[in-house]
Design a protein. Structure first.
Length: 82
């Protein structure tokens, strides 16, 4: 079984070691590293950082793309409003 110091430098980790040192592995992944998880020495999965979700701004998103006429709220001709 690998020690904490050894885990800090491995690119591939067996599942048992990953369970034991998951917090340390996640810290490495948060710093941008990729960790391969192996079962009996055979790679089966990879821990990779998640790209932050890009937020879109709401206000000003369609600036210059929307046009509204000066009379948009005038009564419609031929429509009885009573």
């Amino acid at each position: 079984m690998a020690t904490a110091e050894e885990i800090a430098h491995l690119d591939s980790v067996n599942v048992h070691e990953a369970k034991t040192h998951l917090s340390r592995l996640l810290e490495r992944v948060e710093r941008g590293e990729e960790i391969v998880l192996a079962r009996a020495g055979t790679p089966v999965a990879k821990l990779v950082p998640i790209e932050p979700k890009k937020t879109r701004g709401l206000f000003g998103k369609y600036r210059g793309q929307i046009w509204m006429s000066e009379d948009f709220d005038d009564p419609l001709p031929g429509f009885d409003y009573s």
